[in-house]
Design a binder for this molecule. Sequence first.
Ligand code: F6P
Length: 318
Amino acid sequence: MTSGGDSPGMNAAIRSVVRTCAYHNVECVGIYRGYEGMMEGDFKSMDARSVKDIINKGGTVLKSARSKEFRTSEGRAIAHQKLKEANIEALVVIGGDGTFNGGLVFNQEYNFPVIGIPGTIDNDIFGTTHTLGFDTALNTVVGCIDKIRDTASSHNRLFFVEVMGRDVGHIALNAGVGAGAEEILIPEENMGLERLLESLQRSKRSGKSSSIVVVAEGDKIGKNVFELKDYVEANLDEYDVRVSVLGHMQRGGSPSCFDRVLASRMGVKAVESLLEGKTNYMVGLINDKVTLTPLEQAVKGKSQIDRELLRVSEIMST
Ligand code: F6P
């Protein structure tokens, strides 16, 4: 099943899980709409052919949801009953930390085998350098910023571009470096409004006529990106400022080759780990190896921002 915010590569992971099951002669059932569908018994048997032509599709054919009811023990009891009735013996859950938390609690209560596959554009999961959808989202964001730069430089404007990342700055930092942003504001590093103004003034003095500032949605520097615009316009007369919030377009689109390959590798590892009797792990990518991390660590650990990349971004904005 897929759960939480969808991400490009989820379909490729579903395909991989289904085909790995078929390869090992294991029956595979798709659960629709995450934990919501689990509690309703919304299941569908899936064979190798049922996942044809989805490796290249964004979103998730199994649909996704964020479930409040599954957070209650009553909700989980209903879900357990539905799984038992359908003879489902193990779960592969594709999603982010909310999804893994659900799987972990479910395992603790019912000793139900669970393996997680990290699928979220935010890349905010401990135990993997890449979550499914992160790479595709970066390419989408870089493509958008390239276009924004055309208009920014034509009008000598400053643009604040808000990108996704609920509590983390992975998309902002990586896409910001990739798109040559002048400044990157992320929750992990509070730059402060004064330093932002100084930096923009420095940019002007150094001859830059337009600027792109990438802001992670979870950034703490201002209340929101529109207030940042007002603040800069109130304090720096010479700037004509515009805001662009990229929003959910970052979550859609055909997955990159990297995400498709990663999803295929992770799906194989998830199913084969369950067949080896392993449970309560998340499949992740570490040093380009597909690795297992205990689900509890994946949930409790914090993904770290790449400090070296932060330094690179500072040097690049000189
Ligand atoms: O977790 C992925 C994500 O896209 C975040 O970047 C964002 O904060 C959140 O989901 C948005 O969630 P929703 O689609 O429920 O509004």
